[in-house]
Design a protein around this ligand. Structure first.
Ligand code: SF4
Length: 601
């Protein structure tokens, strides 16, 4: 029998898979909507491929206004007294009005008065990004209401353009192929799994391919650190020529093996970029090797440091750095030190406790999106998530006790306003490299639990030496032993470990922490779920049992098993463990060098 899924699923089996997989009834899947969005962008509508293009038809004065409006909204989000004045109907004190002038906002707050006169109207804008190609296409009642407010109109137009460009870019990057067919297949599967497991957060990611830590530990020690970063121990020293060579070797190794993913990542993770005194040089070195200007997020806001970062990114320009604003005082210092135009491209991520409370209470509305048999909620992302991730630090992990997710509630009659926590802050499906320890891990986001306290699963780990090809060799080992392209006969078959399986007479419902997925097409789904639910069968055994059933047959069996695999609903950890053992037994060069030496001794 043929047990491997074909490289390219032909149209008839794709149709069967679609039929068999979920019994979906929605007219448009999210994938179809995305493709419509992309093609509409090709039908003469403005194409935004670079950040710079978002300002394409803005006059210099419009750009100045947009930068000032950005500052106004930063005050609204990050300054509780300012926010209270807005919520009280625009009752700003003289001091607040002076403060706005002092930090470079030249218009009067009343230029934004729709914020308190018609808050519902303003909150409609984020969701319009999905359906309306350009700002000018939004419903006429909104445009009419905005007509007298030039500053607010400019701001909303620019945000619409930015948010739409970011959204399309995310969909594009999530589906893009790489030089490595193994990594492409693995990443596409992980993207599907992350979307299913993390819901709106999974859909909001562009699924970066790598993170490279340039230190061990972090000097900031935020109370909420979802990675539970330890105290700063060591910093990767770029003043040493051999270390500069090692950075080049890692960057070029990624390019040779994966291609463009070398330019889709970050040079920090559970670390603070500012801790490395050569950090901006590192960005330059990476750019020299890959052509990519990588994003930086920092929780340090010293004037020299921020100036160094904005000087670097303004040569793009690109919409970075991102600064985690830990207090209102920090926000005020930044506003005092830099003009609105100087921080036009800098993203301010408000992390104050009162901002969290504000977001939780006033989180913008969500939109139900029909997606491939799943009911998911895509949160409008303008003002950020309402919930923090209860992960990483022990204090945060304790909040997991009693935190409800979809698996713990009556999913068919969800409580009013029910929404699971964000689940993770991890974003990469690819390699997590530490330059100090010379380690590389293969990771992908998951829902934070005691078992996965940092919100990601680790699928493999390797070490590399300082030689020019040490990193490349480690990456190839991981790819060769841990990235399964298609199902194989001995592949273990069990559900992904976060899934709760609810049985029905006509099939099952798979519940992830955030997403409900129904498989209720009678015998095919009942039987498939039973077989996978046993947890001790291989792909070949499940395939044989299904294909021997006269009401199912081999083509439908092949289709549904292929679909379950590609959608990341099977346990990738179990598959990886099994596959690695088999691959290492076949090819000793795939073993870690230390293991290989011990085996030979
Ligand atoms: S959140 Fe970032 S800056 Fe804060 S402790 Fe964790 S790694 Fe460091």
């Amino acid at each position: 029998m043929e047990t491997s899924a074909p490289d390219v699923v032909n149209s008839s089996s794709a149709d069967l898979a679609a039929e068999a997989e979920a019994g979906r009834t929605e007219v448009a899947s999210l994938a179809e909507r995305v493709s419509r969005l992309q093609s509409s962008e090709e039908d003469g509508a403005p194409r935004i491929s670079r950040y710079e293009d978002t300002f394409a038809d803005f006059s210099p004065d419009d750009i100045r206004v947009a930068a000032e409006a950005k500052r106004f909204f930063e005050c609204h989000e990050g300054d509780r007294d300012f926010r209270a004045a807005v919520e009280a109907g625009g009752k700003f004190t003289d001091q607040q009005r002076r403060m706005l002038k002092d930090i470079g906002v030249t218009f009067e707050p009343e230029a934004m008065e729709l914020l308190w006169l018609q808050p519902d109207l303003i909150e409609r804008f984020p969701s319009l990004v999905i359906e309306h190609v350009s700002f000018e296409d939004v419903p006429s009642d909104l445009l009419a209401a905005l007509a007298p407010y030039r500053e607010l109109r400019i701001w909303l137009k620019w945000r619409h353009r930015m948010d739409r460009a970011v959204m399309l870019n995310k969909f594009k990057l999530s589906a893009r192929r790489t030089l490595s067919p193994e990594y492409t297949a693995w990443r596409l599967r992980r993207v599907a799994a992350v979307r299913n497991e993390l819901g709106w957060f999974g859909w909001s990611l562009d699924h970066p391919c790598h993170a490279v830590e340039m230190a061990v530990g972090c000097s900031v020690q935020c109370y909420f650190c979802a990675f539970d970063a330890g105290k700063l121990q060591t910093v990767f020293d770029l003043s040493r020529p051999e270390n500069r060579e090692l950075v080049r070797a890692v960057a070029t190794g990624m390019i040779r093996v994966l291609g463009w993913p070398a330019g889709h990542g970050m040079l920090y993770w559970s670390t603070e970029p500012h801790d490395n005194p050569h950090y901006v040089k590192l960005l330059g070195l990476w750019e020299e090797s890959t052509g990519a200007m990588l994003c930086t997020a920092t929780a340090r806001a010293g004037v020299d440091w921020v100036r160094e970062l904005i000087d670097y990114y303004s040569t793009g320009p690109v919409p970075w750095p991102r600064i985690s604003v830990l207090s209102r005082g920090m926000l005020r210092r930044l506003h005092a030190a830099f003009s609105p135009m100087e921080l036009r491209d800098t993203q301010m991520l408000m992390q104050q406790k009162d901002v969290k409370a504000h977001r939780t209470v006033e989180a913008p509305p969500t939109e139900e999106v029909p997606g491939e048999g799943e009911r998911i909620k895509v949160r409008a992302r303008w003002r950020g998530a309402g919930h923090k991730v209860p992960g990483g630090r022990e204090k945060m992990l304790q909040q997991l006790v009693g935190a409800d997710d979809l698996r713990n509630v009556d999913f068919e009659n969800r409580p009013e306003g029910f929404e699971p926590p964000q689940g993770s802050i991890a974003c990469i499906s690819g390699t997590l490299v530490n330059m100090v320890n010379r380690t590389v891990k293969l990771i992908s986001p998951c829902y934070t639990t005691r078992q996965y306290p940092y919100g990601y699963r680790v699928f493999d780990e390797a070490t590399f030496d300082d030689g020019p090809e040490g990193f490349e060799a480690a990456l190839k080992r991981i790819i060769g032993r841990s990235m399964v392209v298609r199902p194989y006969p001995e592949m273990p078959m069990r559900w992904r470990d976060d899934l709760k399986v609810v049985s029905h007479p006509d099939g099952v419902t798979l519940l992830s922490p955030t997403t409900q997925r129904d498989f209720r097409r009678g015998e095919l789904h009942v039987r498939t779920a039973e077989l996978i639910g046993r947890g001790d069968l291989t792909y070949e055994q499940v395939f044989d049992a299904l294909s021997d059933n006269p009401r199912i047959g081999p083509m439908v069996a092949l289709s549904i098993l292929d679909a379950l695999f590609r959608k990341g609903l099977l346990c990738e950890l179990a598959i990886t463990r099994d596959y690695r053992a088999r691959r290492e037994a076949q090819d000793a060069s795939l073993r870690e060098p230390v293991v290989a030496a011990a085996a030979a001794a």
